[in-house]
Design a protein around this ligand. Structure first.
Ligand SMILES: C[S@@+](CC[C@H](N)C(=O)[O-])C[C@H]1O[C@@H](n2cnc3c(N)ncnc32)[C@H](O)[C@@H]1O
Length: 265
């Protein structure tokens, strides 16, 4: 597969599990002949792919309401006026405040968006996890140094023309000619990106939904045998990519393999 040179683009504003910035050089040649279409990411996560491809028109969706609230505030030109320091006491104070906002129905406020950014930068591994009662419970991250951005107005212009939704993958309002890039949570036993996790049944209904789309589709996932079989059965052309991350459990430094399934390209 040909790798395209990467022009300067805005960096993803958050740390997000499963970020696919490394895939942009693989995707650019696939996208270029369709660049007049709308780019749709049903699982947009950290925005690495859409920011990397910089389409004129895009629909960004994710089931995580806090992530989507943050992006909606970016569209309005967010400036964070919160105290932001890499300090454990401040972190737990801000975490508590964030949870009280959620509890009192103010999860869509600008303050919630600013706190979400701070917690993402300062918490452990940029994780977004909630306990059974819906409280954000990620611990302090213990980083040596963290740089915080206060002014996000650079993101406003690029996000202004993009539509942002917060629905389940099957409810994403696709148009027939959309170019879909789908990066669902990995097919692994303990996936907990969203509060409810993502089961094998979710993988199957995602695959069926993507296979119904009449426009171009690119699907990526962990290269498990059942994911490969699922997408091949639905008529996707399948190839493999070596991810920059390693398979940690074997300790042999083998690159983790990802699958890229394509249709109607
Ligand atoms: C692997 S991440 C996407 C990473 C993204 N491509 C990036 O580069 O940062 C998967 C995303 O799917 C979202 N998600 C989980 N279940 C979903 C569902 N049923 N519908 C839509 N999005 C969902 C999660 O919140 C998470 O952000």
């Amino acid at each position: 597969m040909t790798l395209a040179a990467q022009p300067a683009t805005l960096r993803p504003p958050l740390k997000w599990a499963g970020g696919k910035r490394w895939q942009v050089p693989y995707l650019r040649p696939l996208w270029e002949s369709h660049a007049g279409r709308r780019l749709v990411e049903p699982f947009c996560g950290g925005l690495a792919v859409t920011l990397g491809l910089s389409p004129g028109r895009a629909l960004l969706n994710d089931a995580n309401p806090h992530l989507i609230n943050f992006y909606r505030w970016l569209q309005k030109g967010l400036c964070v006026d919160l105290q932001m320091e890499n300090d454990e006491t401040l972190f737990y104070g801000h975490r508590e405040r964030f949870n009280r906002l959620l509890e009192s129905g103010k999860g869509e406020s600008q303050e919630a968006a600013a706190l979400f950014y701070y917690l993402n930068r300062t918490g452990f591994n940029g994780l977004c996890r909630f306990n059974r009662t819906g409280e954000f419970n990620v611990p302090f991250g213990r980083y040596a140094r963290i740089s915080y951005r206060q002014d996000f107005t650079r993101y406003r212009d690029i996000l202004a023309d993009w539509t942002i939704t917060n629905v389940d993958v099957e409810a994403v309002p696709l148009g027939g000619s959309d170019f879909v890039y789908a990066d669902p949570p990995y097919d692994v036993e303990f996936t907990q990106y969203a509060k409810d996790g993502f089961s094998w049944a979710d993988q199957e209904r995602t695959a069926v939904c993507l296979a119904k789309h009449r426009g171009p589709v690119v699907l990526v996932n962990q290269a498990t045998p059942r994911i490969q079989a699922l997408y091949q059965k639905l008529g996707f052309a399948v190839q493999f990519l070596d991810a920059p991350r390693r398979i940690s459990c074997t300790g042999d430094r083998t690159p983790a393999r990802e699958i890229m399934g394509t249709r109607n390209l």
